[in-house]
Ligand binder design. Structure first.
Ligand code: AMP
Ligand code: ZN
Length: 114
């Protein structure tokens, strides 16, 4: 999508600190980290939000979780633990309309609501 900031990151039109990339998925550091480790894992395909996922995306979502596991291992937070968050829509607090999985760790995370 032309004016999507994450699509621009995928196309390297906007700089980012990439920690993982393959043909379908890219992961980079969040510009405003909420924890010592705060990575955004996104599909390269422009999917606006969780509600726009289709049956054909099931494998892709599974692959995203595999990538999250790999990054957690690479960044050495697998043993201590981490949190994965997907904000969806207005009430969910989603600000960027390109599906993204927040990977947070590196400290005891607070504000646990569930
Ligand atoms: P959300 O509120 O779930 O939509 O999360 C959007 C996230 O994208 C926020 O945590 C922002 O800090 C992050 N973000 C926005 N622009 C950039 C950027 N150019 N590079 C890295 N992270 C970004
Ligand atoms: Zn996009």
């Amino acid at each position: 999508m032309e004016d999507c900031i994450f699509c621009k990151i995928i196309k390297k039109e906007v700089p980012s600190q990439i920690v993982y990339e393959d043909s379908q998925i890219i992961a980079f550091k969040d510009i405003q980290p909420a924890a010592p480790i705060h990575i955004l894992v996104i599909p390269k395909k422009h999917i606006p939000s969780l509600i726009n996922l289709n049956k054909e995306d099931e494998l892709l979502v599974g692959q995203i979780y595999t990538v999250i596991n790999k990054i957690a291992e690479d960044l050495k937070i697998k043993e201590k633990g981490f949190r994965v968050i997907v904000n969806c829509g207005k009430d969910g607090g989603q600000e960027v309309e390109h599906l993204h999985f927040h990977l947070l760790g590196g400290k005891q995370l607070g504000e646990k609501i569930v």
